[in-house]
Ligand binder design. Sequence first.
Ligand code: GRF
Length: 226
Amino acid sequence: MGSKTNDRIPGFQTPTRMADPTRLVVLISGTGTTLHNLIQCIARGELPARIVGVIASRSGIGGIARAEEAGIPVAIVPPGQKLSEQIFATVERFQGELVVLAGWLHLLTIPEPWLGRVVNIHPSLLPAFGGRGMYGLRVHQAVLHYGAKVSGCTVHFADNQYDSGPIILQAVVPVEDDDTPESLAARVFAQECEIYPRAIRLWCENRLRIEGRRVRILPANPSAQG
Ligand code: GRF
């Protein structure tokens, strides 16, 4: 299944950042909880990055207000023909270096130069409970319905399919007997708030090497630490 991903996409790059702080463009389709977490991490000095733009798939969603409160410019790019071309043209207008999918619901065709420069977070332990139609509470409902004893979240590089690119970090949470989709979602989201900024930080520090489907995490360079 997934092991063929990079055969289909020969141009997957090992990423490198150019700017300091790294210029992020965040894509949202919903309430922007993940965007909010990233804004807070940057404000606390935990992430050497700057969100230079937010792209929303429609007007009126909660995430837009969160971006505007933080003074981040917002572009609205609704799904339609040539969605990917429009998205990456907008990213380039923002002079973004890394595209961060944060509750973005639309499949993108990623141009070859951007492979390794688009990351996603999914609220399950991929490859379980991912793919088309698996988002939000549906994921946690499926985990409970299946009877899994653990769940979690996955940060991965995006490729041209839903939830399928090389995995950067995962975190595991227990599934409790009395869990509802909402209580499980809250436990998973607490871990999302930890591992997404951590994975983005690794990208910013040029510490990720994509080797086939595997992502190797390089040790910190002591001379690069402040
Ligand atoms: C995140 O929790 C992540 O699991 C998924 O979308 C959620 C954020 O959505 N990719 P939203 O921005 O709060 O709508």
